[in-house]
Design a binder for this molecule. Structure first.
Ligand code: ACO
Length: 364
């Protein structure tokens, strides 16, 4: 059987998350995502994804300590990042930096410890690289701050407000994991060859980089900037669709109704609403786009996906455009590593077939 893009094919059984695309539900290890964003920290939900259950206070303290202890980059890694050409985009830097961690410490079989270490260094790689590009002093990680607080601290140089931390933490929890998406699949395919955790995560980062996957939030900002004011929405959207362009931040392979992550992010933004009018523009564009998509693409069930309101969150916390996909990576690495661990537990190498549709030529 041939299914383009493996649409609808079940490629693995998993205990990590469940997506109900018809009802618009996302569940991590048995818990509704809305419950997790309302009552738990990034560290607690990461623990849940890695271990299969929520941690006790003692267990979460230990995980926080371990993440803190592993935040610093080795001199070797700092040197390597410094040597990379300034024109290299941040996702390629992350891919190269993570790939360089591929020492014996990370050999098969993957462990939770390896997952924690890789998760711990991603924000520092981003912040360090940003300091080089901006010719600014590097703000060293602080051990007394949570994972999300520290990330914001290293990027901005000041302790973030509770509101800002809560906005980014909500986004990061919502995007920790999402079933067999393209990057998780890449990670699992690499792990299925009994390659190591670092190689699997390197594959995943390369996959995440593409605009149809992790690159959408910056596309959303570009779309909203192009629209500029609510009265232009109808014209710009219609023109794009009539030219066969896809609207960034809309549509999803699995959700054929509202993406529950987009709803949670929108709620969060409404809670922390500021007077800059940007959220109003985003909500107006959402309404107009859904109406026009229904008209021009009837029956495709196209709604906003997580990336649409992720862009609004990133904008509300003043994150540079180039940091959107890397920030997504800083959260999704938890899901990837959970998938690698699960793959390793009950491994069969991925080896689908390709159907040859060329001709068979007579030979000399
Ligand atoms: N804008 C306009 N039309 C769309 C969009 C969109 N954003 N998404 C899907 N469609 C249309 C397609 O043109 C196609 O129409 P057709 O039947 O006339 O050919 C139909 O809907 C089905 O689209 P597919 O591309 O086959 O849907 P698929 O499930 O393969 O794609 C995807 C899902 C890649 C996310 C797609 O919706 C898309 O490209 N969206 C824009 C990019 C984006 O927002 N990506 C972020 C996704 S979320 C994430 O990765 C975390």
């Amino acid at each position: 059987m041939f299914a383009e893009g493996l649409k609808g094919i079940v490629a693995a059984q998993t205990l990590i998350s469940h997506i109900d695309g018809k009802e618009g539900r996302l569940i991590y290890r048995g818990y509704e995502i809305g419950k997790l964003t309302r009552g738990y920290s990034f560290e607690e939900v990461a623990y849940l994804l890695w271990h299969g259950r929520l941690p006790s206070q003692d267990e979460v303290n230990k995980l926080e300590r371990k993440l803190n202890e592993n935040r610093c980059l080795t001199p070797y890694l700092m040197e390597l990042i410094k040597l990379l050409p300034k024109t290299m985009d941040m996702m390629s830097v992350l891919r190269t930096a993570i790939s360089s961690e591929g020492t014996l410490e990370y050999c098969w079989k993957p462990t939770i410890d390896q997952a924690v270490k890789l998760t711990a260094i991603v924000p520092t790689i981003i912040a360090y690289r940003q300091s080089i590009l901006k010719d600014q002093m590097f703000i060293e990680p602080r051990e007394d701050l949570s994972h999300v607080e520290n990330f914001l601290y290293m990027i901005t140089g000041s302790i973030p407000s509770k509101l800002v931390v809560s906005a980014l933490e909500t986004y990061m929890i919502l995007t920790l994991e999402h079933g067999m998406n393209a990057s998780a699949f890449s990670a699992r395919v690499t792990a299925s060859t009994e390659s190591d955790m670092v190689s699997a995560i390197t594959s995943a980062i390369g996959t995440m980089k593409g605009p149809l996957h992790g690159g959408a939030p910056s596309g959303v900002i570009q779309l909203l900037n192009e629209i500029g004011t609510p009265k232009n929405a109808d014209k710009v959207i219609r023109e794009k669709l009539l030219h066969g362009e896809k609207l960034m931040g809309f549509g999803h392979r699995v959700y054929k109704t509202h993406d529950p992550r987009a709803i949670s992010l929108k709620d969060k933004l409404l809670e922390a609403r500021e007077e800059d009018g940007w959220l109003d523009l985003a909500m107006h564009v959402e309404k107009v786009a859904i109406r026009i998509l229904n008209e021009l693409k009837p029956g495709r069930n196209l709604y906003t996906n997580v990336e649409f309101y992720a862009a609004a969150i990133m904008k509300s916390i003043n994150l540079d455009l180039e940091l959107f996909t890397p920030t997504f990576t800083a959260s999704r690495i938890v899901g990837w590593t959970a998938h690698v661990l699960e793959q390793a537990e009950n491994n069969t190498i991925f080896r689908p077939r390709a159907e040859y549709i060329g001709e068979i030529r007579g030979g000399v």
